[in-house]
Design a protein around this ligand. Structure first.
Ligand code: TRP
Ligand code: SF4
Length: 324
């Protein structure tokens, strides 16, 4: 039996290696199912409402990233959230049954409001972020939502909102399951989690020369101040990337780092080699796609059309249930 699968990413920037390993690879695994993958531009707007960012441009870049990473638009439905008005409409209806304390205790919410004071995230829209996400998921009766573990609280809230709605109005929604990615957290060049806001990311759009520059600047085990200092691969973000990209040389690198036989410069060069080899086909496909604007818009419009058909049918049932 084919499962209905739904997921999305916020177009706040072009996608990076962390997005690829943490999400897109997982999305591809579900390709034989009935997949809806969206570009969540309204969710991007909850934090990027600064009057300067043109989210439309990033939507197109992210579409290119999805396709270059091998998401096949003939096998899955790719669409843009704001092009399917039912998301906002269902979000508003779900807001009626969502108690505010459920939203206030959401860990992502508290963390983001505190960590980005310059953005003023103390808004109605940002507090309601998970309600809109619940609408995204419930509109398509998704069985499975492939996401990173940072999204688990949002999936749990979706289930709670669905349950509460069903208790009040009768069974309309299906409770979705999260499908977690097994990939470990991908470190950025500064050793923190890879994120565009930390300015530590390797982007799918980076040319090989840029990747090499970024890896050269990457932090390593702080104990290796001099060439002859022995290293501890387990604390080195370069080594974490080797674990994913240099499986054949891993044992040797680990040993030679511990004994200081290999220096960080050479070690990084090995990583650059494997990483550029891995990313080059994606980069080249990207270069090709970005020239084909008309084709990109056609793909998205066809996806929007398919998404609308499913979403409007569900919204009809919801409106009937709530009596409007
Ligand atoms: N909140 C998700 C993120 O930040 C993006 C998202 C929006 C999403 N709507 C969704 C993910 C629905 C899964 C399902 O990554
Ligand atoms: Fe990290 Fe490699 Fe340097 Fe060891 S040799 S500390 S693994 S960069």
């Amino acid at each position: 039996m084919k499962k209905r699968v739904l997921s999305g990413m916020r177009p706040t920037s072009k996608l990076h290696l962390g997005n690829f390993l943490g999400a897109l690879e997982n999305w591809k695994r579900f390709e034989g199912n009935d997949c809806f993958y969206m570009i969540a531009d309204l969710h991007a707007l909850t934090t990027e409402y600064n009057g300067r960012t043109d989210i439309k441009d990033t939507v197109l870049e992210v579409a290119v990233d999805y396709l270059a990473a091998g998401i096949d638009p003939d096998k899955v439905t790719l669409f843009v959230q704001s092009a399917v008005k039912e998301h906002v409409e269902l979000g508003w209806i779900l807001a009626m049954v969502t108690p505010i304390p459920w939203l206030e205790r959401n860990p992502t919410y508290k963390e983001m409001v505190q960590s980005q004071p310059e953005k003023e995230l103390n808004t109605f829209g940002f507090l309601g972020y998970p309600v809109l996400q619940a609408a995204d998921i419930l509109l398509y009766s998704a069985d499975v939502v492939p996401v990173g573990d940072d999204q688990l609280p949002h999936i749990e809230l979706t289930r709670e909102i669905a349950r509460r709605f069903n208790n009040i109005y009768g069974k309309v929604f299906k409770e979705p399951e999260a499908a977690l990615t097994k990939t470990p957290r991908i470190p950025g060049t500064d050793g923190r989690k890879m994120s565009k806001s930390f300015n530590n990311a390797v982007f799918l759009a980076d040319a090989p020369a840029d990747i090499s520059k970024k890896i050269r600047k990457m932090v390593t085990d702080p104990a290796r101040k001099r060439r002859e200092d022995k290293g501890h691969p387990e604390v080195c973000p370069v080594f974490t990337l080797h674990q994913r990209f240099s499986p054949k040389e891993l044992a040797r690198i680990e040993k030679e780092c511990r004994s200081a036989e290999i220096g960080c410069t050479d070690c990084k060069e090995i990583l650059t080699g494997h990483l550029t080899e891995f990313l080059k086909p994606i980069y080249e496909k990207r270069q090709e796609l970005i020239q084909q604007k008309k084709r990109l818009y056609d793909i998205l419009e066809a996806g929007n059309e398919k998404a609308r058909a499913v979403a409007s049918e569900m919204l009809g049932r919801v409106k009937e249930a709530v009596g409007i």
